[in-house]
Ligand binder design. Sequence first.
Ligand SMILES: Cc1ncc(C[n+]2csc(CCOP(=O)(O)OP(=O)(O)O)c2C)c(N)n1
Length: 443
Amino acid sequence: MPVQTAKIDRRALLKLMGSAGATAAVVSSAGCASPFGGSVSASGLPGGKFDKTVPLATEGPGGNPAWQAGDAVKFLPPMDIPTRGHAADVLAALPKEKLLHMYELMSASRKWETAMKDLFLGVKDGLYGAFHTYVGEEAIAVGVMGALNEDDYIASTHRGHGHLIAKGGDLDKMSAEIFFKATGYNKGYGGSMHITDMSKGIMGMNGIVGASYYMAAGAAIRAQVRGTKQVAVAFFGDGAAASPYYFSAVRSCVNQKLPVIFVNENNFQYMGVPMATTVPTKYISEYTKGLDMPQHLVDGNDVSAVYAATRDAVEWARAGKGPTVIEGMTYRWYDHAGFAGGKVAQDGAMGLPYRSDEELRQWMSRDPLIRYKNWLIAKGLAGEADLKAIEDKTKAAVDRSIEFARQSADPDPAAGVLNTYANGAAEATQFFNRKGLATARLT
Ligand SMILES: Cc1ncc(C[n+]2csc(CCOP(=O)(O)OP(=O)(O)O)c2C)c(N)n1
């Protein structure tokens, strides 16, 4: 296979672009064997040509021992999403209804999580349990899901509400699960981190950091064996890339040419530790640069950049060519889990010890929703009033879901056993019999 891009010194080029203050466009596969089977990429551009936009500092955030709280500000994306260029053209080619629906999904995700934040901080509903917000990262979920079909699979993370909403998750069932009610996705027995909807290819949120790789690989093997052309997406954070299973999963998927898309949500924060301390390479998308596969580094707050990269990855996977890695740089507005530093009716968590408020404010000023909104208006696809109507609609749906959760019944304690066994009542009855417990309510 010709190695068309082998002569490019990628590090030097990144440095040059960063020091020039340029908004660089990166396919980080430059400098490794052409992932595009020769000279043309899945996007129609020559292999190794930089075709995705992400602003770069002179040095990547990883492996940087001098990294300090506040340094993520060096990776701030520009104010506006480009309205011209590859990613803009790819997104703009979608029907207007779909583009507006993508805005609706971003809005629903933001409003649902923000409402939950206010409820957790309030006392009225007595909400408890783990809750990891995705606020600030919505462009990744919506950009990725925009390029998938309904029957494609996703394996989510602990920070996955936005993935579920973008893949068509039901707000009523999500809210009810957070309230631990019988009408919830897991019948009130799972809570935030186990929300799953196989009818929509959502293999579930997951409290095991790094589990998404193998879940997606399993779904991809199924699709490959059956010849269905479905793809599977594994979402993962920058910290999860430090899992020993990450490289081995990607390598195995490349070996088997499995239709998996590894989507890294690089929010620079691994709980309270900066990614600089856990990632030895400059960028996470560089981990796998020795493998014969496309790897994209994109502005994760730009839905067009994420969509365009994913569309290429989907084409690549459906053509039987195997996996792609996409790294989207983004930022979470709240604490790792829960709401330290957060306030009712105020966006963002201030005063956290491992980052600076100024850095947060700067990233909030690059709000992916506002950037997408401006893009839609600039493209003449919607006016302020149209987008406000969408926001009102999603707010109403969120409010309804919360009311639905409040009105729903608590789970029957006995159902806990039912839900534990694959064969439900039959096996649960055996369990109860062994323990000498009454089974009347189970049958
Ligand atoms: C296997 C495993 N190890 C450790 C944890 C504890 N844990 C929960 S979330 C998390 C950080 C994950 O960080 P990252 O992958 O960057 O995702 P982010 O929280 O930034 O979205 C850790 C270490 C866990 N849940 N599972």
